[in-house]
Design a protein around this ligand. Sequence first.
Ligand SMILES: [Zn+2]
Ligand SMILES: [Zn+2]
Length: 140
Amino acid sequence: MLDAVTKKYIDASTEEQFAFSFFCDCCGKVVSTTPLTFRPGFKKKLFISKAERKAREMLWQKDHDAAYERANIEALKQLNRCVVCGAAICNDCTVECEETDGKTVCIDCAKKNRFKGMIWNDDNETFSVDFSTDQTKDGT
Ligand SMILES: [Zn+2]
Ligand SMILES: [Zn+2]
């Protein structure tokens, strides 16, 4: 399986459903993806042989991996990549910096590098941030 787009993610898949949640690398905000129902197309049977069970498990695994890949792509659409550290970040943590020609930088890197830039909020409004003159001490 490929690496998840975010450092932290949860696989909440069950026998009937594939469900994945991802978390912003910067603030940890959850990024949900659409759950998919597992439709194996098997007849409902009371008794299944070992071989059949094995076949079902293999099919589940195959569909699970495909669903995982899809969920990663879906999560990535909701996230931005920091061009400095490569973190997958939500809009709240994304700064479009002057120093990177408007490419997205996570708020941590923007602070560390003392960049200037713009942040989009959920209402599609921008506000500018300027870390070049930020005198606040880094708590970490
Ligand atoms: Zn975030
Ligand atoms: Zn970064």
